[in-house]
Design a protein around this ligand. Structure first.
Ligand SMILES: *Cc1c(COP(=O)(O)O)cnc(C)c1O
Length: 343
């Protein structure tokens, strides 16, 4: 088994991170003449806390984890990019991802000049465990898994994901962007017993804060330290820190229950249309639906002012549209547009 040190890029292992004067200052609230900020208080004239201590404490308490196991990023997209920047030597190392899955694993790989090896999902979008492990070579630094998976909607069993994390000597990333909608519980409690496991979560979906850009990585403390060292010092701005903290006070359990009920209602209503071939089971807040002519239906919906995600050209998703579950009134509008299409 690789130690974490042997997985990290040498330049990152040797990095002296940016430090602020306020990192050294621990006394009572003082006079801050260290950062060339404006002294005139408008609510945002000071730099935000680069360690995000208060928000981390709040989220860690809610998630039942230690703040030392929590990284906060500008969306989970930042965490994905940082995994490449911390572990993958451009032009040499590679990562593996399931396909079809979230597009950012590939975009971040391309930006960082890291080879992405895509392994197709198995029958019924099952996890291709043996094929994933067979794609590993001496330069494979990470495997990206997404559960519930986007765009297929299904969640993988915890044991299957942990089995890969145990057998793979690199970093196993499990992207749980949709976990709040899933019947399969999060792997976040496993990160201290699986030191190379990184669990990604986000406030962009169930928590309704896509516009604030707050993503998380949950991992063993040494991985969190590496990611924190490489991130921009002030990656979460003060407006986001405050607004997220405030919005987190209002639970979203009721909204999640509404989405789940609407998802089931939408799925059963969709079965009634002759052009619907297949509705894939979903553990997320969207449905992947295979229809007779995905492009024609997509265009009809656009004409009706309804935008869905056309996945027709994605491997294993031919004929498929991905439809987010909306408000009850929005879902009724969708069904009305489908009825019009059928006529
Ligand atoms: C939506 C989504 C995210 C969220 O990314 P943010 O940058 O946190 O908004 C991450 N992973 C997957 C699979 C997603 O579908």
């Amino acid at each position: 088994m690789n130690t974490l040190e042997s997985l990290v890029r040498p330049n990152i292992a040797a990095l002296t991170p940016y430090s602020t004067a306020r990192d050294e200052y621990t006394g009572p609230l003082g006079v801050f003449l260290d950062a060339n900020e404006s002294p005139f208080d408008n609510g945002f004239n000071r730099y935000p806390d680069p360690h995000q201590k208060a928000l981390k404490a709040q989220i860690a308490a809610m998630r039942g984890i230690d703040p030392a196991n929590l990284f906060l990023g500008n969306g989970s997209d930042e965490a994905i990019d940082l995994i490449y920047r911390v572990f993958c030597e451009p032009g040499r190392d590679n990562v593996i991802a399931i396909t079809p899955s979230y597009g950012m694993y590939g975009v971040a790989a391309a930006i960082n000049n890291v080879e992405l090896r895509e392994v197709e999902l198995g029958e019924n979008f099952s996890l291709p465990t043996e094929a994933l492990l067979a794609a590993v070579d001496a330069h494979t630094k990470a495997i990206f898994l997404c559960s519930p998976n986007n765009p297929t909607g299904n969640a993988f069993a915890r044991e299957e994901l942990l089995h890969i994390a145990d057998r793979f000597s690199g970093i196993t990333v499990v992207d749980e962007a949709y976990v709040d909608f899933s019947s399969v519980p999060s792997l976040r409690s496993e990160v201290t017993s699986h030191p190379r496991l990184v669990v990604l979560q986000t406030l962009s979906k169930a928590w309704g804060m896509a516009g604030l850009r707050l993503g998380m990585a949950i991992a063993d403390a040494p991985i969190i330290r590496l990611m924190s060292m490489v991130k921009y010092p002030y990656n979460i701005n003060e407006a986001a820190l405050r607004t997220v903290s405030e919005l987190l006070q209002t639970p979203v359990d009721g909204q999640i229950l509404t989405i789940l009920a609407e998802r089931e209602a939408l799925a059963s209503a969709l079965h009634n249309y002759s052009f619907v071939r297949r509705i894939y089971p979903s553990d997320a807040n969207f449905l992947l639906v295979q229809v007779d002519d995905a492009n024609a239906l997509y265009n009809h919906l656009v004409q009706s002012g309804i935008i869905v995600r056309n996945r027709n050209s994605v491997r294993l998703c031919a004929g498929c549209l991905r439809i987010s579950v909306g408000l009850p009134v929005e879902n009724r509008q969708l069904l009305a547009a489908l009825t019009e299409y059928e006529a």
